[in-house]
Design a protein around this ligand. Structure first.
Ligand SMILES: *Cc1c(COP(=O)(O)O)cnc(C)c1O
Length: 416
């Protein structure tokens, strides 16, 4: 073989997940709804709307007791926290690597986000979580980035040892499983995002889920100031005084799309998992890199593959050599691209800027803690992300693409 011949011979298409499989089914679902404009929300009496139907379908699919369709993943996370009565005075531990919305949800309920390091799983490092616990800590949010479940067993152990709530942000990992169960179903609450970039999508949307009746009802109150006025079976039994807060109601058109997408979830994951399996089967034993730690490969959505090399310089060399083979992947943390998934770019959080000069929630009189932030407060996270190259796996990639990608990685690793 000509040594100059590139490993990547077939162009790698750009693409994504759920949005790539939108077809006549979604179009028909929306058209039907608009022909008979039942655009009311879920509380419309005898006939369940699209939102309600979607919620029942999610509950059934996951085997979880309650699901609430809302307008975004951020809203869904906020419902998780409000549902478990997290608020002013509380600290919530989140990973230093997640979408800024995880921090936003904590701030939304008046609590204070505390950042913990990630490890080679690219999820929370359970040991650092334990170090970040203070007398004010109320909950941990485990985030499953890019379809890979975090080290849930170890994180759950820390949570139960310290009597903390465990909430899961599965916004990027819809359909992921951990030890055979859908992520989130064994924790206090879990959130999905149905934003355009996620595994399944309805443009924008989210789902708040929990097995706990009281937490669910509080989450419902959080989501819609109208809800206390509507009848529900839950309300009568629980005797929780309704409160008035935000407006996160999902819309029927989005829910109609979400229902179709939920039916496509298994097909999407079967495809991405198949591609990732093929990639792993065709990669040689790594010489200059280490694979991302995946606690439970079976449950991984298969939408990403990450390699961790020994130094930032090695990452640059690796990335440059891959580019010469026709594969463009850079390190997650590099000077060229401010990534809002890395805490060091969350200026509004790091500077404790509130919506008013009072500096809420950090200066809330109920908050007795003393959290401090700085751009370099989680050096391990920055170090790992600066050494980590990640490939997105999506619906428009073919087996041929994957085989050539494996060849490119093998070749670069061999010759580096
Ligand atoms: C997308 C995302 C969210 C928020 O979802 P939105 O629908 O954009 O509000 C939260 N956490 C993570 C990790 C995400 O990727």
């Amino acid at each position: 073989m000509d040594y100059k011949e590139k490993a990547i011979k077939t162009p790698i298409p750009s693409g994504g997940l759920g949005w790539c499989v939108i077809d006549d089914e979604e179009i028909q679902a929306v058209t039907e709804l608009l022909r008979n404009p039942e655009l009311l929300f879920r509380y419309r009496g005898s006939e369940p709307g699209q939102s309600s139907l979607f919620e029942r379908e999610v509950e059934e699919k996951l085997g979880i007791k309650h699901a609430l369709f809302v307008n975004s993943g951020t809203s869904a996370l906020t419902c998780c926290l409000a549902g478990w009565e997290i608020g002013p005075g509380d600290e919530v531990i989140i990973p230093a690597y997640t979408y800024i919305a995880t921090a936003a949800a904590v701030i939304n309920v008046g609590a204070v986000p505390v950042l913990a390091e990630i490890d080679e799983s690219l999820g929370l490092d359970p040991e650092d979580v334990e170090k970040k616990i203070t007398p004010h800590t109320k909950a941990i949010i485990a985030v499953h980035m890019q379809g890979v479940p975090a080290r849930l067993d170890a994180i759950r152990e820390v949570a139960s040892k310290h009597n903390l709530l465990l909430i899961e942000d599965a916004c990027q990992a819809i359909g992921s499983k951990y030890k055979g169960e859908y992520t989130g179903t064994k924790s206090h609450a879990v959130a999905w995002s149905l934003n355009y970039y996620k595994v399944i999508t309805c443009g924008e949307g989210g789902v708040f889920m929990t097995n706990d009746d009281a937490a669910f009802l509080r989450g419902v109150y959080q989501s819609d100031p109208g809800t206390p006025m509507w009848d529900s079976d839950l309300k009568a039994d629980l005797n929780i005084p309704p409160f008035t807060r935000a407006g996160y109601r999902g819309n029927e058109i989005a829910a109609a799309i979400a229902r179709v997408q939920l039916r496509k979830m298994d097909r999407i994951l079967e495809y991405t998992r198949g591609l990732k399996k093929l990639l792993l089967e065709n990669l040689n034993e790594p010489i200059h890199y280490q694979r991302q730690h995946v606690d439970d490969p079976e449950g991984d959505c298969g939408i990403s593959f990450a390699m961790i090399v020994e130094s930032k310089e090695a990452a640059e060399r690796f990335s440059k050599a891959l580019l010469e083979e026709g594969l463009s992947i850079g390190s997650i943390y590099n000077e060229g691209f401010p990534d809002r998934h890395i805490y060091s770019y969350w200026d509004s959080v790091l500077t404790k800027t509130g919506a008013t000069p009072m500096g809420y929630p950090w200066k809330d009189p109920a908050y007795m803690g003393s959290v401090e932030y700085s751009k370099d407060m989680c050096p391990r996270t920055l170090d790992i992300l600066s050494r980590c190259l990640r490939l997105a796996i999506h619906m428009r990639m073919t087996e041929q693409n994957i085989l050539e990608i494996a060849e490119a990685i093998n070749k670069v690793d061999r010759n580096l």
